[in-house]
Design a binder for this molecule. Structure first.
Ligand code: HEC
Length: 109
């Protein structure tokens, strides 16, 4: 009886660990095709949090990359840009039918 109990407990713990291993913390990038390029190019300047908290369309991700290049000296990404966009779209694509950020509030006089 005790042996069976211990066996059941051990199996339950193993199963729990297997499930826990798949959970990615909020501030880390999802594992997926192209994630190594995003790690290499994007996490040099800031944490993954800025990416993880976003949900953008492919066009908006491209705009964000251009913005990084214009304002923050992100280097040209060459052929790797497509792979990076594929990754961003697949893992942090637009979840809602919105333009990502809300529009600025009207100027208050
Ligand atoms: C050379 C430095 C640098 C690199 C490399 C860089 N970024 Fe950034 N990024 C910044 C800075 C600085 C900010 C915060 C200031 C801002 O939002 O203007 C930022 C902000 C962001 C934001 C938040 C923008 C917002 O509107 O809130 C996102 C999303 C982002 N980066 C994505 C990326 C991605 C994706 C890559 C890789 C393709 C990347 N960054 C590479 C400098 C960089």
């Amino acid at each position: 009886m005790w042996f069976r109990c211990r066996l059941a407990l051990t199996l339950a713990l193993v199963a729990c660990n297997a499930v826990a291993a798949q959970v990615v913390p909020n501030n880390e990038l999802q594992v997926g095709a192209g994630d190594h390029l995003v790690r290499a190019h994007c996490l040099v300047c800031h944490s993954a949090q800025l990416i993880v908290q976003s949900s953008l369309t492919r066009t908006q991700w491209l705009d964000t990359i251009r913005y990084m290049q214009r304002k923050h000296n992100l280097w040209p990404l060459g052929d790797q840009e497509t792979v990076i966009l594929d990754y961003l779209e697949a893992n942090y694509g637009a979840r809602y039918q919105s333009s990502g950020r809300r529009k600025n509030l009207p100027y208050y006089r």
